[in-house]
Structure formats: structure tokens, C-alpha cells
Design a protein around this ligand. Sequence first.
Ligand SMILES: [Fe+2]
Ligand SMILES: [Fe+2]
Ligand SMILES: [Fe+2]
Length: 431
Amino acid sequence: MPYKPTIPLFDLILCISDAIDLINPSVADYHRRIAYFAYQLARQVGLSSHRCREVAIAAALHDVGAITLRERFDLLKFEVEQPSHHAEIGYLMISSYSRFNKAAEMVRFHHTAWNDGAGSVSMGLPVPIESHILHLADRAFVLIDPRKEILSQVKGIVSKIERKSGSLFMPDVVDAFLELSNRDLFWFDLVAPSQDISLWRELDWGTISLEGEEFLEMARFFSRLVDYKSPFTAKHSSAVAVCAQFLAEQAGFPANNQRLAYLAGYLHDIGKLCVPAEILVKPSALSNDEFAIMRHHSYYTNHILKRMGVVDAIRVWCAYHHERLDGSGYPYHLKADDLPEGARILAIADVFSAVSEDRPYRAGMQKAHVMEVMNDLAHRGLLDAHLVQLLGIQFEVISARMLEAERGAGQEYERFVERRGKYLDMLTPAE
Ligand SMILES: [Fe+2]
Ligand SMILES: [Fe+2]
Ligand SMILES: [Fe+2]
């Protein structure tokens, strides 16, 4: 795919939607379909195009806070236990990117029951009608049985939603849904095997520049969606970004490519959006099946970055960050001749950051031992010996820079944890 300097905002959001749906592929294009549903419902309610657009953005991201496979399965049932957990986590994740502030508020209350009007306020805050629209769209959608013809199910879905008018759902939104449900075309589009995104093209979504500060903010936002799935990886991408940039500088890359290495650090693990948190935080060694799922992540990184249309250098360096010079890496099993220097740098930055951090499956190593590990990997022909040597020479400087980056990312993560409560800690094994 040719490099594009800008990308439509909604295309970028759909890249995230599609990635998070791969955690549980049992319902294809779940977020995309809810976005279509909520958008059509918002139009039927009579919201302005601008507000309909924000509803679609919120809907396309709404379950990003449900990071485990178990939660994803639970959310496919009509009645959900403790739905506020993932809604709150989703809100915190999404609101960290200023452009999505409005959508984040909608996501926060997307399971808030109307409750005879009491649901117009939650936690002392007004609940926007958009949240009630998203709530109905989401819950009505899970009533669809994908194995059956859609129109034969409409009557049953409508009557179930109607019965909950005033209790679970806001009556005005239910009324709009009843109108919408009369349109066969709406249902056909909703369940069409491949969702036609031209359905939304009529709206002006705005674009994201793939250069400059805007893209850096976006890349950081993506890295937080991934890194915050586990306390063990909360600072990982920031550390890899700093290390990769430094090594690129030491290796004599021109300034522009040093910057690309920095961005690649933030984006290299974006494919982990597709990996359930149960696997990312597993305290013991992964089973063969789990490791196979884990190995998918750099493949998906490649796929997601290709769809985004980011510059090829970033995509390739990221996609190959688990490749090794002797062909023993994954998933492409490339060898030295096929691995550009940028990819070698990313691989070293990734390992260096991993062995310097605490992980669930082993205690953090002392800094003194880190170079021993790195040198051993270089010696065995897995990592680039010259780059590892550069790392060794500049060990103190690079460690200090990484620590500083980790401190900043750590503070951000602590604020996130403080607001999120103890939820993720329940996933963390007891000592
Ligand atoms: Fe949800
Ligand atoms: Fe990785
Ligand atoms: Fe990584």
C-alpha cells in the first residue's frame, strides 16, 4: 500500500476496532457493526451529523476496555454482570487522546440503565443521550442469532427491547429504534458478510496526519491501549521507542529515520490489541496454543500498519521485531539478509527493554546481567553483534534515557491505575 501523508480519522478507528475484535473472533466485525447500528439509531433520534459521527466513533471503540477473552464472551449475553468495569477502563483509555474526549464520555456510560430517568445521571455526571443510544444498539445486536435469517428475528428482538423501555433503555431511543426496525435495509446492512464502510462516507470525519506531532500523539495513544493491558508492560513501548531512537542515532541513521525508529518503538506491539489479557499477564510459561496466539502479534502489527498506510520503513521494522538473524524468530522466519538495520534495532530495543523490566514469568534482572544476556544473543547469531556492541558502549547513557522515559510512562500509568481502581490487579497473580 502506498504511503499516504494523511488518513481519514474513521479509517484509523476501524483499524483499532477490527484489531480488538480479533480477541474474540466468534462475532466478525462486532465493533464495526455496533458503530453502524448506533450511527443509524442516532440519525433516527434526530441528532446532528456531528453528534452522529461522535456516536459512531464511540461505538467503534466501546469495548476496548474489555481486555480479557472472558469479558468479551460475557458481553455477548444480553444481561451483563458488572459492565461498568470495562466501560470505565475504556473511558480512561480513550480519554487519554484529546481528540476522542467526547467519545470517551459516551463509552463511559454505555451500559447505564435508563431506570425511569435516574440513568440520566451517573456518578454525579450527566449521561449523554448518545450513551443510551449506544447501550440500546449494543444490547439489541447481541440478541441477533448469526446462524438464522435476520428478518425472521426482528419481531422477537423488537419486543424484547420494547419490554425494557423505561427500565433498561431510554424511551425516546426505544421509539427511534422501533422506527428504524421497520427498514429491512437497515438489518441487511447490519449483518452483511462484509460491512460496507461507504455507509459512513457521507460524513466528514476529518483526517489524521501521519507526520509530525499529531501522529506521535496517536502512536502514543495506540501504545497505551496495548501496554495498559498488563502492569508488566505499562512502560514497555516508551522504553523501546527511546532505545530504538538512540541506537538509530548511534548507527548513523539520518535524523528523519531516527524519528521513524522512535515512532516504530511506540507502534511495534500494536498487534497485541488482538491478544487477550489472560495470555499477556500469564504468570507461568505459555502453553503451545497460547504461544501461537502470542506469535500472531507481530503479524497483526504488520497488517494494522499496512492498513493505516504508515510509511513502509516503520511498518517493516515493527513487523520484524521478533525475527532473528539466524531465522529462528517469528512469524516470518527471515534471516540476516532480509532484515534491514531498522528491524535489527527494533529487535534489540525490544529484548533490551524486556530483560530490563519486571515480567510475570521472571524477576527483573540486575542491570549488570543485562549485557550478558544481550551479548550471548549476539554471540549465538540471533541479534546484530555490532548494534549490541554499540548498546554496550553506551549502556549507561541509554539506560538513563530509558529510565527517564519509563518514569514518565510510569507516572501516566499510575494515574490510570489510581482512577481505574483495583480491577486489573485481580488479574495479577498473588505473590
Ligand atoms: Fe460494553
Ligand atoms: Fe512484540
Ligand atoms: Fe515489544
